[in-house]
Ligand binder design. Structure first.
Ligand code: S3P
Length: 171
């Protein structure tokens, strides 16, 4: 069965998509992003899914996208920031890691995540007070990111190519 070369998890602004693209070109494999998969399946943007269908519907689409990608994608896979909260996803990641798969937690501080995210309307969960929302998300999720990952790499003050090089050396 195909399996991802590496799976990237972490909060919005940790650089998952850009690091995935860097790793993919370094290794000559495709990169895939579950946020993009969900948008294709739904035929609309994540912002529209949240507003028109609600977060539970988004999470269900996201779970399907993650489980499908884990089973069929053989490149670099970036998960949406909240995907790891889902139990079926946690189990699937545990199975992937038990089989020797690498799950990288891209760790980042608020100061470095903020300019990357831009805290615009593209991330529905960060509307209102984006900095406080981001901090609350990260505080609640940090234990989960740590539990599901096999490697933690900080992306603070580093460009995606440096992060990709560190992951490349570690795997
Ligand atoms: C979310 C993160 C987003 C996207 C959605 C929800 C989250 O992905 O899946 O807006 O719950 O943290 P990124 O982590 O790629 O921004």
């Amino acid at each position: 069965m195909p399996a991802p070369v590496v799976v990237l998890v972490g909060p919005p602004g940790s650089g998952k998509s850009t690091v995935a693209a860097q790793l993919a070109s370094r290794w000559g494999v495709p990169a895939r992003d579950t946020d993009a998969d969900v948008e294709v399946v739904a035929g609309k943007s994540i912002g529209e899914i949240f507003v028109e269908d609600g977060e539970p519907h988004f999470r269900a689409l996201e779970r399907d996208a993650v489980l499908r990608a884990l089973g069929e994608h053989d490149g670099v896979l970036a998960l949406g920031g909240g995907a790891v909260l889902d139990e079926a996803t946690q189990e699937a990641l545990a199975g992937y890691a038990a089989g020797g798969g690498v799950v990288v937690f891209l760790d980042v501080s608020l100061a470095h995540a903020a300019p990357r995210v831009g805290f615009n309307t593209a991330r529905p969960l960060l509307l209102g007070n984006p900095r406080a929302q981001w901090q609350a998300l990260m505080e609640a999720r940090r234990p989960v990111y740590e539990r599901v990952s096999t490697l933690r790499v900080s992306t603070d003050a580093r460009v995606p190519a440096q992060v990709a090089a560190e992951i490349d050396e570690a795997v």
